[in-house]
Design a binder for this molecule. Structure first.
Ligand code: 2HA
Ligand code: ZN
Length: 280
């Protein structure tokens, strides 16, 4: 089967285009990866090259030994993915040790997988383990409003989660586990990958201060939907903060507790702190 005709590739391309249309992917900003199912690898096996040399990942992901991923290319623009997926994307394979990868398809005009490959693969490794293999998509985008909030809110998980939950009733239902926050770090390497994947043990969304967001999910719809929901909530918060110094009314801790009951989700009391002594 031709790789370009595979449903997983077409869904990947659609999600990339959706993200671009949202304004989250200026220039070469953002990256996306998908862990292929065994049947999907088998269907395209004849089209996968074995000639590329093994390259170091820059970190170690033994839990992903032998797995194949569809990933965006380093320096490639999301706006061009829909025009020429074979030039912008790659299918890579992780070797048996989990230390190296090789390109098996794509990047037809040359290039490398995403510069954030260590974070993508470390997130995949932890999510594969903790979800019994269910999560397959890791998405990084430069979400404008969420980034803006990292300049004005304290950089901690509790405040970001609570503020985002308050801005739309659906939020605690969509991300009941909350969101994690990583303070500013140099992107592209192992250190930020370790910090992010550590937070991915508890959360499906991690915000990178002054940079963007990573989301993890089972499929393209759920992962895009999570990013979209969080970013919309951030936009509402910014609109509110732009209008008045303080909210007149909001969703209160007891309202969240009632919501948790009604929608059968668990909301940690860690996020339902008493705000009366705080300024936000
Ligand atoms: O340029 O978003 O974090 C791609 C990125 C790096
Ligand atoms: Zn980025």
């Amino acid at each position: 089967m031709k790789v370009l005709e595979c449903k997983f590739l077409q869904d990947f391309v659609k999600m990339a285009e959706d993200g671009y249309q949202q304004g989250w992917h200026e220039r070469n900003g953002g990256n996306l990866s998908y862990r292929l199912k065994k049947g999907e690898v088998d269907a395209i096996r004849q089209r996968l090259s074995e000639t590329a040399s093994w390259q170091p990942i820059g970190t170690s992901v033994p839990g992903l030994a032998g797995e194949h991923f569809l990933v965006t290319g380093s320096g490639k623009y999301f706006r061009n993915i829909i025009v020429d997926p074979e030039a912008c994307l790659a299918i890579i394979e992780v070797d048996g040790s989990g230390n190296n990868y090789r390109i098996r398809w794509g990047l037809a005009e040359g290039g490398n997988p995403t510069s954030e490959l260590p974070t993508h693969l470390m997130n995949h490794e932890i999510k594969k383990k903790l979800t019994g293999g269910k999560h397959r998509v890791i998405y990084h985008a430069h979400t404008t409003n969420t980034i803006a909030l990292t300049f004005v809110l304290p950089l901690n998980d509790e405040v970001f989660t609570r503020e985002l939950w308050e801005m739309a009733t659906e939020c605690p239902v969509v991300f009941p586990e909350g969101v994690g926050v990583v303070g500013w770090m140099v992107p592209g390497g192992r250190d930020i990958a370790v910090a992010t994947s550590k937070l991915m043990e508890q959360y499906n969304a991690v915000i990178w201060a002054h940079h963007g967001m990573f989301c993890s999910g089972e499929d393209f719809d759920l992962t895009f939907g999570l990013m979209h929901t969080i970013e919309k909530s951030a936009e509402i918060l910014i609109k509110v903060m732009s209008m008045v110094p303080q909210k007149r009314q909001t969703i209160e801790p007891d309202d969240f507790r009632a919501l948790a009951k009604g929608f059968n989700v668990e909301l940690s009391e860690r996020f339902l702190y008493d705000k009366r002594s705080l300024s936000i």
